[in-house]
Ligand binder design. Structure first.
Ligand code: PMP
Length: 366
């Protein structure tokens, strides 16, 4: 039995567009995993087949992302919000503080989670400018006694990103790279810890990849329950308890596709091409579209824009839907419009959006 043909192209920030090839490969493999005689959801997480598959997924991720050899890669259940809470528990020893660069909605959530269990301090903030620009690393006031410094490499809600990842900071650099890991080349060796929810560039929702310098895992205090401790997850090879095997398998299918398409270099190139296409279309009609993010800090992954008023934004969304383009609503805290273009978005999708942007600009509002 075949499902309905897909008709829509989604620019959603949260549940991304999936390449047809990945869906087809997953659909073919789901009912019978290789020579096991079992369906994917029937694979036991203690089986040698699962252990081998997980090794394969992790190895592919390490290759694609360029993970340095002294890093642990953890596949953990739940979205990155879980890591907002686990990070300070694991990396901030009692009596120490942690520094945060506030560049948006999700950076603030990470900071609030750290404050809930200990000392956290703002090293730089873009809040006064409505998070339309990212404070330059040279202006960050980093406490050399902090346990770590946390940044968000791409601000999904505001459409900005940290252009240059600073090197040589006095404390370990930790990043939430949920919306740009594998969408652009990030120098992973500069981060002590990087974590990313899979639901954007890596595929499925409800799974987070954590890449952590092995020597830092010993910082976690002994009193923590094992399930909250990264070190225990690392020692158990991300199988401390029953892992979300189907999600991890789907992540693996997405990684296979990324590798076959040309890997990180090609993903980085496509991200820039899609971004260029859409920004050029928006900038061609300054009387119709507004771009709140500072030009030099613009994200090429999440393009945030608006028209002259909310009614016109709604007309744009309707025109988009009529052409099969959906998920273009802005985040609820900022409103407006947003085009999220993760690894699975074809460059042709950006072209379709650009064509609509030009067409709509001729008759905004109808
Ligand atoms: N960090 C960033 C950068 C995000 O974009 C998001 C979700 N959009 C999150 C964290 C939170 O993700 P989740 O709701 O899956 O925990």
């Amino acid at each position: 039995m075949r499902g309905p043909e897909r008709r829509l192209l989604t620019f959603s920030a949260g549940a991304p567009h999936w390449p047809d090839e990945v869906l087809a490969a997953a659909a073919a493999e789901l009912p019978g995993f290789r020579e096991t005689g079992l369906a994917v959801p029937e694979l036991g997480h203690r089986s040698p087949e699962w252990a081998a598959l997980q090794e394969e997924i992790e190895g592919r991720f390490r290759r694609l992302a360029g993970v340095p050899a002294d890093r642990e890669v953890l596949l953990l259940p739940g979205g990155p919000t879980w890591q907002f809470a686990l990070l300070p528990l694991n990396l901030r020893p009692p009596g120490m503080g942690a520094d945060y660069v506030l560049t948006g909605h999700w950076a603030r959530k990470a900071f609030d989670a750290a404050r809930a269990t200990g000392a956290a301090r703002v090293a730089a903030s873009g809040e006064a400018e409505g998070f339309t620009r990212v404070p330059a690393p040279a202006t960050w006031d980093v406490d050399p006694a902090a346990a770590y410094l946390h940044v968000t490499t791409n601000n999904t809600v505001h459409g900005t990103w940290l252009r240059e990842i600073p090197a040589g900071l006095p404390v370990p650099l930790v990043a939430d790279a949920t919306s740009d890991l594998l969408a652009r080349r990030l120098p992973l060796e500069r981060f002590a810890v990087v974590y990313a929810g899979a639901q954007k560039n890596l595929g499925p929702t409800g799974l987070t990849v954590v890449v952590a310098r092995r020597d830092l895992l010993d910082r976690a205090p002994g009193g923590l329950p094992p399930i909250l401790r990264w070190r225990d997850h690392a020692a158990a090879r991300s199988r401390l308890n029953t892992p979300p095997t189907v999600l991890a398998w789907l992540l693996g299918k997405m990684l296979e596709w990324i590798e076959a398409e040309g890997g990180l270099d090609e993903m980085d190139r496509r991200t820039r091409e899609r971004g260029r296409i859409v920004y050029e279309a928006l900038e061609a009609h300054p009387d119709v579209y507004r771009l709140p993010a500072a030009r030099e800090d613009r994200s090429w992954v999440n393009v945030v824009f608006r028209t002259r008023d909310e009614a016109t934004d709604r007309a744009f969304l309707a025109a988009a839907r009529a052409r099969g383009l959906v998920g273009l609503e802005g985040h609820r805290v900022v409103g407006g419009l947003r085009a999220s273009m993760y690894t699975g978005m074809p460059v042709e999708g950006a072209r379709r959006l650009a064509a609509l942007l030009h067409e709509f600009a001729e008759h905004p509002g109808g």
